[in-house]
Design a protein around this ligand. Sequence first.
Ligand code: G3P
Ligand code: MG
Length: 251
Amino acid sequence: MTTLPATHWTWPYPRWIAHRGAGKLAPENTLAAFRLGAEHGFRMFECDAKLSADGVVFLLHDATLARTTNGHGIGGDLPWHDLSQLDAGSWHSRAFAGEAPPTLEALARFCLANGHLLNIEIKPTPGTEAATGEAVAREAKRLWAGAAVPPLLSSFKPEALAAAQQTAPELPRGLLVDTLWDGWFEKAQVLDCVAVVANYALWDAATVARVHGAGMKCLSYTVNDDWAAQHLLALGTDGIITDRVDLFSPC
Ligand code: G3P
Ligand code: MG
């Protein structure tokens, strides 16, 4: 992989991306979820990656363990061995009892073996933005070495993306925005992002034109109804992250 400015980047990703694996149909960010998303025809997934206390990149959305595992406290405070013993499936349903939280490496193996693509959202435990961005980029570079299509790294945290850029400039980056905060556009450019990944309600024709004019793609999260998806496609946006793997046909 070589470093290319956003204006020369050939977009390799499909329009449809399954959020956290399979949305709400399976426990988010478990391998079971990514398998289910794939069974529904999705070729690309979004996941949330953070850092264990001993430096292992693993999948978890929240800073804390309580909502999606049988653990307690801050996930990033535990070493990987302890995290790996947790049940990340029972909270969802009995059918998924015993699902472990996976490492990024385990998900990479699944994606690479099956030709699936990945959007890795860098989701730092608060206070670890730069360390998490660096670790995720280093691990993604190692795991996807020689792959035809690299993972797309995204984050709401510019500091995490800056660390990723420093560590593995060749890996494509997307700035996540939940609001159009002062300086978001300039920050995406400084970070040499290939995409802006926005709360879907933020897109309008002028914002799409501005982002496209800078050579970046326009992606949306989290789009779960057909009206919104049709609107975003009519606006000319380029990618949709959805929970509704059962509603949308990704082909
Ligand atoms: O990466 C898109 C989306 O996942 C961002 O929000 O909170 O669902 O991780 P969240
Ligand atoms: Mg996410």
